[in-house]
Design a protein around this ligand. Structure first.
Ligand code: GDG
Length: 495
């Protein structure tokens, strides 16, 4: 079988025997699971900077995964990572035009680093390899590899939302960015909504079309785009929750919340996660339900993220102020309504925390998917499950319809959902959880990976006959789209 080469900005295989300590990003968990299954290489940035770029590869074997990394220059780090990735694409793709920096030097740094990555990676690629590039940091990698004559199948998966057309066109180089995506054989999005937004851009901005095979045609090229909702390793999570460390953490949390119901939030400290809106919703709940004040407490775990970027520093100080205000107003001598923690925990400890929580608040303003929602469900006790309160703007809301779905911009909706979750009957909690867990288990990380890799392998190689670019009759298009779609029907079709 052909090798798989995974390319992502950071290369960070978590150590499962240590409970995955240190791996805060959702991406790392998902990719390590994929690479242990297929032989291959994980390529990306080492996380280190040096005075001058050398292109020297560091090869290592970490946790059963062959890892190849390269160091970047300080200017690369500032322009590509802190700049174009974290100050331009991240805010824009999360609908925060107000926080988006449109700085030309960032775009130049982004192109330069993507070229450097491609030049370092190209010698590692063997003729039969398939290459899977991840996320918004690395969109132009395929373009650069193609320029060097690499004809292997290359796929791309976007972990964050693809935004509406009107937002994409605020980018000065939007056309160039989208054109670069047409150098991939397959483009994966988290949701149908993102897929449709991308197609909307292609059809109306660059007069692209779909051909009879369901491929997108534009810029004189064709590619295939589909939704592949990412999942978690549900089986593994359900096992971790039985480990000693998870049980100890569970006992500790239960002991600290005697006579109270614990609510939990777990998020990187990021403005897309709706932390302020969540706390304001919780404050509204405390205000509107004096009878329940002594029955609840909120544990918010929020490891610091991207703290060199001003918007993240600002958010951190606003959160400090907000939490101080709420605790000041509602605390008693023996009770603090919000416990706020800026460090990260081991994965098994997190599992114990999830299990001890009667409800989870997952309230992003925009999120590609959100793995915390799925982990929370995977960690519940089937005989006494907690309730998931989930933002309609998380990609996960498309699959997790039995959560209490809320609009995170509305403090009233958050407050009402809390009231409902805390007074929900055991029968309703079980019914909702069973349906959620069924989905989390079926649409897990293995299904995601296999769906994507199978679809990429199925793409015609460079020697394939020319295909028709005639516009498709509508019925044929539907069939092609369905065949590509991930999900239970598609998997059932493949057996
Ligand atoms: C991007 C997209 C998409 C958090 N705190 C700790 C910890 N975590 C882990 C969680 C979860 C992961 O980090 C966060 O994943 P999310 O999906 O919530 O969010 P992003 O990091 O923004 O990820 C997102 C994802 O990519 C995958 O495609 O779902 O939409 O934005 O796994 O458990 N892990 C540990 N200690 C912590 O304190 N060990």
């Amino acid at each position: 079988m052909s090798r798989l080469i995974v390319v992502s900005n950071r290369v960070n295989p978590p150590n499962p025997s240590e409970g995955g300590e240190g791996s805060v990003g959702g991406l790392a968990m998902a990719l390590a699971a994929a690479l242990r299954e297929y032989s291959g290489i994980w390529f990306g940035w080492s996380g280190k900077t040096i005075p001058e770029f050398t292109g020297q590869l560091n090869m290592q074997r970490i946790e059963g995964v062959t890892v190849a990394t390269v160091d970047l220059e300080e200017t690369d780090y500032q322009e590509y990572y802190n700049g174009y990735a974290n100050k331009t694409l991240w805010p824009l793709f999360h609908y925060r035009v107000d926080l988006t920096a449109y700085d030309r030097s960032f775009g130049e740094g982004y192109d330069r680093v993507n070229r450097r990555f491609a030049e370092t990676l190209a010698p590692l690629i063997e003729p039969d390899d398939i290459v899977w590039v991840h996320d918004y940091h690395l969109i132009p990698v395929a373009r650069e590899l193609r320029r060097m004559g690499i004809t292997n199948r290359i796929g791309f998966f976007l972990h964050i939302p693809w935004p509406a057309h009107q937002l994409v066109v605020t980018l000065p180089r939007h056309r160039q960015l989208v054109e670069a995506l047409f150098d991939y054989d397959l483009i994966g999005f988290q949701t149908e909504e993102s897929l449709q937004a991308f197609e909307g851009y292609v059809f109306s901005e660059v007069q692209g079309s779909k051909n009879a095979r369901g491929e997108l045609v534009a810029f004189g090229r064709r590619t295939c785009a589909a939704a592949f909702p990412i999942g978690v390793d549900a089986q593994d999570f359900a096992e971790i929750v039985k480990s000693d460390n998870a049980r100890k953490t569970y006992d500790r949390m239960m002991a600290h919340s005697v006579f109270r119901k614990m609510l939990v939030g777990v998020d990187r400290l990021d403005y897309s996660k709706g932390l302020e809106e969540r706390l304001i919703g919780y404050e509204r709940f405390l205000h509107d339900h004096p009878e329940m004040r002594r029955e609840v407490m909120l544990l918010q775990i929020a490891p610091i993220s991207r703290d060199e970027v001003e918007a993240y520093q600002d958010l951190r100080s606003r959160l400090d102020g907000l939490i101080g205000r709420i605790n000041g107003a509602y605390a008693e001598m023996d009770f603090t309504p919000i416990r706020y923690v800026n460090r990260s925990y081991r994965r098994d400890e997190l599992a114990g925390v999830y299990r001890a929580a009667k409800a989870a608040l997952v309230t992003p303003l925009r999120d590609g998917m959100n793995l915390v929602a799925k982990e929370y469900v995977a960690a519940q006790d089937p005989e006494d499950p907690g309730v998931l309160i989930l933002s309609r703007f998380a990609g996960a809301a498309r699959q997790m319809k039995d959560a209490l779905i809320i609009n995170p911009n509305s403090p009233e909706e958050i407050s009402d959902a809390l009231e409902r979750a805390l007074s929900m009957s055991l029968a309703e909690r079980k019914r909702r959880w069973e349906s959620l867990f069924d989905n989390v288990r079926r649409e897990d990380v293995t299904a995601w990976r296999d769906d994507f890799v199978t679809a990429l392998r199925a793409r015609p190689g460079p020697d394939a006959d020319e295909q028709t670019d005639e516009p498709a009759p509508v019925r044929t298009l539907d069939v092609a789209a369905r065949a590509l779609k991930s999900g239970p029907e598609a998997r059932a079709m493949r057996g």
